[in-house]
Design a protein around this ligand. Structure first.
Ligand code: PLP
Length: 424
């Protein structure tokens, strides 16, 4: 499957039915799996044989969908998680423990910023946040002896900054640690971070991959390229015996291709249990089957909306990496020549102008969501960030009149007419 084009992979990767088997992936709605002998089951518990024993750790439906995602991103192994938050937490916690440190782009999803900056800090894992636009020297200076991972988002939600993946990968590799990239917004249809040097890719599959606002989910894809044994001292969890698994050394037993995901499944999924339900995995796969058809339309609508808003006298500023003149235009062209995604953010006069405008929209619904087939919008000042004063908002780089609009799959003429009547 890995030789096919991305469109074919979206439709067919991950599951090939045998003679007389279901054409669509089966939903294995079972918590547990039956074995003839205790010895058979023992082999699974010892990670001596591959198979399923309890859906909190692994489920066949999920694994078929994860296999598709591994092919799509060009990775060696993948797993699904219950949400994007769980995916990012697992990806980091799989290689960081108390006393360790993370270097992260400051321009990331608010939930992830909180996860790294507050919740993981309480677990004893510290972080240094850097601007995605920092110089290589500034990036280099953020590392410490105990740094174990670098994190960033290909296109950040909601700031729409674009990560220079090669710059971040080089810094990570110079310091002997992997780069983890959250690729939720462009999806592998528009960008494959592993091709640019990322070692691990994460997703909130809740967004474009599902694409219909139907199922919360996440995923982790490992490139299989990071050489854990070459940095043995930094990653004892992968390179020294796991006492909770009969002294298995993951990097030795499973190699660079499978070690990261096997450890993440057998330790973190076992202990935290953030599994995606097989029903949701099935829904996610339906979304993936049309991802390559939907993404160009999201991009096209985003581009048309951004160009319209850019010309409108009541709009103070538009951010969209596909807009010539956007500070991230050149870098977006490099990493995403087919476009990024359909999210546009723009600034109106003030909080009241944004509220009035959104109230008059007929097609775009007010929602805390993005990347849905239906266009939606949000004014952070009156929703996600409403505890903040206008001064605090400005300090955080979020003007009170900012609107984030996620362009769906409707006719672009209808979207623009709706925007026009609401602005005028
Ligand atoms: C939404 C989002 C998340 C969190 O995902 P959930 O599925 O809501 O847990 C993480 N990263 C990015 C870039 C997101 O947009």
């Amino acid at each position: 499957m890995s030789d096919y084009r991305v469109d074919t992979k979206c439709v067919q990767a991950g599951y090939t039915p045998g003679n007389g088997e279901p054409r669509q992936i089966p939903i294995i709605q079972s918590t547990t799996f039956k074995y003839d002998t205790s010895a058979d089951m023992g082999k699974l518990f010892d990670l001596e044989a591959e198979g399923y024993f309890y859906t909190r750790l692994q489920n066949p439906t999920n694994d078929m969908v994860a296999a598709k995602l591994a092919v799509l991103e060009g990775g060696s192994a993948a797993m699904l998680t219950s949400s994007g938050q769980a995916a990012n937490f697992f990806a980091l916690f799989n290689i960081c423990e108390a006393g360790d440190h993370i270097v992260s782009s400051a321009s990331i999803y608010g939930g992830t910023f909180n996860l790294i900056g507050v919740t993981m800090a309480k677990m004893g894992i510290s972080a240094t946040f850097v601007s995605p636009d920092c110089t290589p020297e500034e990036l280099d200076a953020a590392f410490r002896d105990n740094t174990k991972a670098v994190f960033g988002e290909t296109i950040a939600n909601p700031a729409l900054t674009v990560l220079d993946i090669e710059k971040f990968a080089k810094a990570a590799h110079d310091h002997g640690v992997p780069l983890i990239v959250d690729n939720t917004f462009p999806t592998p249809v528009n960008c494959r971070p592993i091709e640019w040097g990322a070692d691990i890719v994460t997703h909130s599959t809740t967004k474009y991959m599902d694409g219909h606002g139907a199922a919360v989910g996440g995923a982790i894809i490992d490139s299989g390229k990071f050489d854990w044994m070459a940095h043995r001292d930094k990653f004892p969890g992968l390179t020294t015996p796991d006492d909770s698994y009969h002294g298995i050394i993951y990097a030795e037993k499973f190699g660079n291709e499978k070690a990261f995901i096997t450890k993440c499944t057998s330790q973190l999924m076992r202990d935290f249990g953030c599994i995606q339900s097989p029903q949701n995995a099935f829904i996610l796969n339906l979304g993936l089957e049309s991802l390559h058809v939907r993404m160009p339309k999201h991009v096209e609508n985003g581009q048309a909306v951004a160009e319209f808003l850019n010309e409108h006298p009541k709009v103070k500023k538009v951010s969209f990496p596909g807009l010539p003149g956007d500070p991230y235009y050149d870098i977006a062209q490099k990493y995403m020549p087919r476009g990024g995604c359909g999210v546009v953010s723009f600034e109106l006069e003030d909080r009241k102008a944004a509220e009035d405008f959104m109230g008059r929209l007929k097609l775009a619904a007010i929602e805390t969501h993005v990347a849905d087939a239906r266009t939606c919008c949000l004014n952070p000042a009156t929703s996600t960030h409403r505890q903040m004063t206008d001064e605090q908002l400005l300090a955080a780089g979020i003007p009170a009149g900012l609107v984030r609009m996620s362009c769906g799959l409707e006719a672009r003429e209808d979207l623009i007419e709706d925007l026009k009547q609401a602005l005028d």
